[in-house]
Write a protein that binds this ligand. Structure first.
Ligand code: PLP
Length: 432
């Protein structure tokens, strides 16, 4: 499998190079040259396959010869270290829970897969690999956990001091070993700017092999297809495939779902469930894409004003708007509706949801109101305890603390405080 740059001004690369580079030299996102078709026997007999076997079959054509089959199977097996159950919630909706991993959000899958691929690739490179990430919380936690103790890879995480939750801070700062955390006395934008400066610094790039682990990397994007296959495996009415609603921010996860459908997975329809950051709902209405500054909401992992993966969605449909519209609908759900549905799901259906999953639920319900014969799945992308400050006062309950959280809360924070100046980052990275 080869990958081309969506800007079409860079050479084709294989999976290894696309993963190491992240972004093409012309600043375009990498995209697979062909969409592989999944074996019809796998779809027909999907219940007979283990999750590891399904994931291996799905990802194999995308990786090509870059990783030997036995090693790839091992990577898939290590990636899928937690259950992904599909649970009935209301009369016509189900929840696919993606939050049972170490950092309690779906990003664990992409981060674990990517880190193990890089760990394999780095063996053939003579320099040590340094992964730089700026985070507002969730991404850094998944990346830190995913890359922990991977040989030959150093990770440097930058987060804005005082602007992540207590749980997130512990997830970012308690690992140690090859995970180095910088607490930046500034904002998330400062962190992101410093990371960008590092990638543009010739001197630094000569000395070190720098790469990024953000969500546009193919090795984080592609394994997210697994969710949709696991959902279908557990879906009982195989004759009538589900409508799937995906809480969306940067549109990496839903784009992986659309890719799975293109490769032959039965899905009735996709719903992009957005909060007040409604660039895509507006686009799906008027076919005009207009980025806007991000606005803060209670589903903050989706506060994105210019979703970086949406261009891949367009590419998947050859920029043909009517074809896209047949498969995808998008909804804008506000904070009030989100809160109401967290309450309703708990009080009427005894289901605990987080703000992101709740956005997915409302959008799905709005769609199903128009199509009463259909049934659907909303993705629960984070554990409610990650957003206890929203959920607990609404439901007037204390959420049980999962073991993985209790463990890290007792561990000591290890972070280096720096000023929001590029020089401080450079000195730190060179001193590793
Ligand atoms: C990152 C994130 C999202 C958005 O996913 P995208 O792939 O960026 O669209 C949704 N929910 C949670 C909890 C997240 O962490």
């Amino acid at each position: 499998m080869k990958y081309y740059s969506i800007n079409r001004k860079s050479p084709l690369v294989d999976f290894k190079e696309a993963t190491i580079k992240g972004l093409a030299p012309d600043r375009g996102l990498y995209f697979p040259e062909t969409i592989p078709q999944i074996d019809v026997a796998l779809i027909k007999n999907i219940e007979k396959y283990t999750n590891d076997e399904i994931a291996f079959e799905v990802i194999k054509p995308f990786v090509g010869n870059c990783i030997p089959k036995s090693k790839l199977f091992e990577i898939v097996n290590e990636t899928l270290n937690f259950p992904i159950p599909l649970l009935p919630v209301t009369e016509n909706t189900f929840s696919l829970e993606l939050f049972h991993g170490n950092t309690l959000a779906f990003k664990d899958i992409g981060a674990r897969f990517m880190s193990r691929c890089l760990g394999y690739f780095v063996k053939g490179i003579d320099k040590k690999l340094t992964v730089l990430v700026a985070t507002s919380g969730d991404t850094g936690a998944a990346v830190a956990d995913g890359f922990y103790d991977i040989d030959g890879v150093d990770v440097v995480i930058l987060y804005p001091s005082g602007k992540v939750s207590m749980v997130q801070e512990k997830q970012l700062t308690t690992l140690g070993k090859n995970i180095h955390t910088l607490e930046v006395n500034g904002t998330f934008d400062d962190c992101q700017k410093m990371v960008k400066q590092a990638f543009a610094d010739d001197e630094l790039n000569k000395k070190l092999f720098l790469t990024s682990a953000n969500s546009i990397n193919v090795a984080r994007w592609l394994p997210q297809q697994f969710f949709y296959f696991f959902a279908f495996k557990q879906w009982l009415d195989k004759v009538h495939p589900p409508v799937i609603s995906v809480p969306s921010g940067n549109f990496g996860n839903i784009c992986a779902g659309l890719l799975a459908k293109k490769s032959g997975l039965p899905v009735d329809h996709f719903i992009a469930a957005c909060n007040a950051n409604d660039v895509v709902p507006k686009f799906m209405h008027a076919a005009v894409y207009q980025p806007q500054p991000a606005v803060a909401t209670i589903s903050n992992a989706m506060d994105v004003g210019d979703p970086s993966n949406f261009i891949r969605v367009l590419e998947l449909f050859d920029n043909h708007f009517p074809n896209l519209k047949n498969v995808l609908s998008a909804y804008r759900i506000n904070d009030e509706q989100t809160k109401e549905s967290i309450q309703k799901l708990y009080e009427e259906y005894n289901y605990l949801s987080d703000p992101h999953g709740a956005v997915g639920y409302v959008a799905l319900q709005q769609y199903l109101d128009h199509y009463p014969g259909k049934q659907g799945i909303f993705l629960e992308t984070a554990h409610p305890v990650k957003f206890y400050d929203v959920v607990e006062p609404l439901l007037k309950i204390k959420l049980p603390v999962p073991d993985v959280v209790r463990e890290i809360m007792n561990q000591a924070k290890q972070a280096t405080m720096i000023e929001p100046a590029y020089g401080a980052l450079k000195t730190f990275v060179l001193g590793l």
